[in-house]
Design a binder for this molecule. Structure first.
Ligand code: NAD
Length: 319
């Protein structure tokens, strides 16, 4: 349900991505003008088709690693630009590090110039392969700095440090969302587990499970995730907040659930494990509940039904 926002005009970097498109949509529904900046290195113009021409929405094609400008002042900056799936940060390793460092700095400078609230889209990946379970925000993580996922994990850790430094040194109002796996309609099968399973199930080909399938994830429906990001924006909270669902499931059971929801007879196929794949992933969301009054509302099975229904539509653009 939309409500009036305290913001007038927001800059959303990465607004042409999966999650960014929902953030833009929810902001517009709350009466906030949106300037979306994207270079479409991993996003898709089709994600924004339904917003093009809508009053209050502007798309700016730019690379946030380079100096860029907004057309006029903003009072909120939501910084989501970054490759976000394993194949994409393998394909774009240096860009991933630069968007987390230079890109975050450029977005912070804009927030500082206009005195805007700044929200960083960080990730559960900053916890690495966690030794604490479930993960709360006081846990520092277990990350290999030169491992397979390090370009992403370390970019986000640096981005968190830079965001915190701007808060301390310049008194900027900053929020950090540590987002756990998000899924939903529009998510393309780009190496992410749920969209991959759904595409394989609908194509009638084997669902590929990396490793033994006993590793866990806690998928969160994208509308819940976007609502969590907006709740962080509306708050004045300065420290990291986990945004995720506590409904933890093994990858094996998740594959089975996708088969049940799609009615597919695809077999499961176990392949080599992903390098540095975390064994367990589940958020402690008590801080989000306490500070924001936020909790996810869509259960996994219901979210999967909605995602599969969207993927079955002939217009689903997964290419
Ligand atoms: P996405 O790849 O769909 O969206 C990212 C967007 O950023 C894309 O549109 C891409 O083109 C854009 N982008 C990348 N580099 C850019 C640059 N240099 N300049 C301008 N635009 C650039 O990914 P997503 O799933 O929507 O993720 C959005 C954000 O949320 C990312 O920062 C990601 O790290 C974070 N996050 C997402 C998840 C998730 O499960 N979706 C989980 C944790 C964190």
């Amino acid at each position: 349900m939309s409500h009036a926002s305290r913001f007038r005009r927001a800059l959303v970097t990465g607004g042409g991505g999966f999650l960014g498109s929902y953030v833009c949509e929810q902001l517009l529904s709350c009466g906030v003008e949106v300037v979306s900046v994207d270079n479409f290195s991993t996003g898709h113009r089709s994600y924004l088709e339904h917003l093009m021409g809508r009053p209050g929405f502007t798309l700016l094609e730019a690379d946030v690693i380079q100096d860029f400008e907004t057309p006029g002042p903003v009072d909120l900056v939501m910084h989501l630009a970054s490759p976000a799936s394993i194949p994409e940060f393998y394909r774009l390793p240096i860009e991933t590090l630069l968007v987390g460092s230079h890109g975050t700095h450029n977005a912070l400078r804009i927030a500082h110039r206009y005195g805007a609230r700044f929200v960083l889209a960080s990730t559960s990946e900053i916890y690495g392969d966690p030794l604490k379970h479930p993960q709360d925000e006081e846990y520092w993580g277990n990350v290999n700095p030169i491992g397979a996922r390090s370009v992403y994990d370390e970019a986000k850790r640096y981005a968190e440090a830079l965001t915190t430094a701007y808060g301390k040194q310049h008194g900027l109002s900053v929020g950090i969302a540590r987002i756990f796996n998000s899924y939903g309609p529009r998510m393309r099968p780009d190496g992410r587990v749920i969209s991959g399973f759904i595409a394989q199930a609908l194509d009638g080909v084997p669902l590929l499970i990396h490793g033994d399938g006993n590793q866990t994830r806690s998928p969160c429906y994208v509308e819940d995730t976007a609502r969590g990001l907006l709740a962080i924006a509306e708050s004045d909270y300065q420290r990291p907040i986990n945004i995720g669902n506590t409904q933890e499931i093994t990858i094996h059971d998740l594959a089975q659930m996708v088969l049940d929801v799609t009615g597919s007879r695809s077999p499961l196929k176990f392949i080599e494990p992903d390098a540095d794949d975390p064994r367990q992933r589940c958020p402690d969301i008590s801080r989000a509940e306490r500070e924001l009054g936020w909790r996810p509302q869509v259960a996994l099975e219901e979210g999967l039904r909605r995602t599969v229904a969207a993927a079955r539509r002939p217009s689903a653009d997964w290419n």
